[in-house]
Design a protein around this ligand. Structure first.
Ligand code: SF4
Ligand code: SF4
Length: 195
């Protein structure tokens, strides 16, 4: 991948904020590519994980936040396990997801993944675990005309097997889960999206 840079395109303040959230210095990355070599979804990414780290090193805020890579990422942590410099690229993907949400920079082509992500977070915040029926309903209601008819043929077969469960089951200490959301600011994001 070739990058053309001018000084005005480099956002050093943004890079420092990413590093603060990541708890690592991205300068540690020497672009060996071991992270991308082990990434199971690299073939779906225009910016594979080592390139995302490079974008942050260069302070390329817009490209990094608007990339689809952080939404395609499966969160498997293979990249972080393989990284010889402990840059924690998997954590970087989480940081970029959060920042893209906060700054309204979510890649427009990844609305399905983003809506599913937010529905998942809302469900866990409410019940302390995923309530599958509620998750699916919330996801479909964000785009009912297009998503409503999807899975209609498989749904009765799933119901016969008791999937998804019709009623939610809360964990005992939901308050503890909500405190985690408050600490990580995800509550704010999920509430904003649910409005
Ligand atoms: S494995 Fe680590 S050092 Fe190597 S390119 Fe990926 S983030 Fe950089
Ligand atoms: S955590 Fe994401 S970027 Fe890292 S290897 Fe897994 S899918 Fe790829």
């Amino acid at each position: 991948m070739q990058l053309q840079l001018s000084r005005s395109q480099v956002d050093s303040g943004w890079k420092r904020e990413v590093e603060r959230r990541l708890g690592r210095k991205v300068a540690e990355c020497y672009q060996c590519g071991k992270c991308t070599a082990g990434c199971p979804v690299a073939y779906e990414m225009f910016h594979p994980i080592h390139a995302m780290v490079r974008l942050v090193q260069l302070g390329r805020r817009d490209e990094a936040l608007r990339s689809r890579s952080q939404w395609v990422c499966a969160g498997c942590e293979a990249c972080s396990t393989r990284c010889p410099k402990d840059v924690d690229p998997a954590r970087l993907m989480t940081v970029l997801r959060e920042m893209a949400q906060e700054e309204g920079c979510v890649n427009a082509n990844e609305a399905d993944i983003y809506d599913f992500h937010m529905s998942f977070l809302s469900s866990v915040r409410r019940f302390g675990r995923v309530y599958e029926m509620g998750l699916v309903a919330a996801y479909k209601l964000k785009s009912p005309l297009r998503r409503g008819p999807q899975d209609m043929l498989t749904f009765p077969k799933m119901l016969k097997r008791g999937k998804p469960g019709l009623f939610p089951h809360k964990i005992q200490n939901v308050a503890a889960i909500r405190r985690i959301y408050e600490r990580t600011k995800l509550q704010k994001a999920t509430e904003r999206k649910a409005d």
